[in-house]
Design a protein around this ligand. Sequence first.
Ligand code: CUA
Length: 311
Amino acid sequence: LSACSGEQSALAPGGEDAATIARIFWVMLWGAVVLWLAVNLAVYLARNNAPRRIGRRAANAVIIGGGVVLPLAVLTPLLIWGLAVLPDHRLPGEGLTIRVTGEQWWWRVEYLPQAGGEPVVAANEIRLPVGQRVTFELGARAVIHSLWIPALGGKMDMFPGRTTRLSLRATEPGVYRGQCAEFCGLSHAWMAFRAVAMPAADFAAWLEHEAGPAALPEGEAAMGAEVFAREGCGACHTIRGTEHAGRVGPDLTHVGSRLSLGAGRLPPSPANFADWIAEPGAFKPGVQMPGFGHLPRADLAALGTYMAGLR
Ligand code: CUA
């Protein structure tokens, strides 16, 4: 029952494919309930009636009717119907393509422009316009991951060196939780993200802002930007609008505007950013990012303020 609602439930659909999957589930469930009741009724009648002899022909009729005809009559239409309505994850998209790459343990997210050119790079959050079928181009860096947003549709594996595709159409604006669905190592369970389905106009405005450079830091955040540069964080992270252009870790250009930090791990508050930077492994065992717990607390706090202000 606890899995029938909420932001990560295939039974609380916010998308076309998930709605179909939920419908198949409920039809199967009620069908199974009817059959279960029928079987239990048969058991009840058999136990509560005195045994009596029946002829071979009647016995054969029971075996053939209940063992062959009934399953065929129930399962054949169910199979035909199930295959007919099964969502086609290869349906062509309607313009927008989002490339998602599984990393250890986070998501590289790139919005590919329709007219060609540089993709808009983000991470650990997927935004998509409501009503439009969006194509996902999936890959992975080192091991197999799987992209799954249960409230929007089915899952699709992500392989190193191979591109898989999935298309999804959100029908309800909302924030849904996505989760890696293929065991990929120590922090597989912490490899999550938020999928935000937005009205088309809001999405267009968001994407335009996301494509822009980072906000200029002021006050404590400017101090944080100095620490960021001094400690060499830019070797792994990009902040567009600055000289930092690392590609190893997540793009941080607008990291403060994301709904979570560490791929679904923590709410993105300045204090959480500071704690994360001090000891990422405490939150995500096995993470590749080294800890910076040796920095003075004031430097960590300034970094946290800088990160949270990157909106
Ligand atoms: Cu990535 Cu499990």
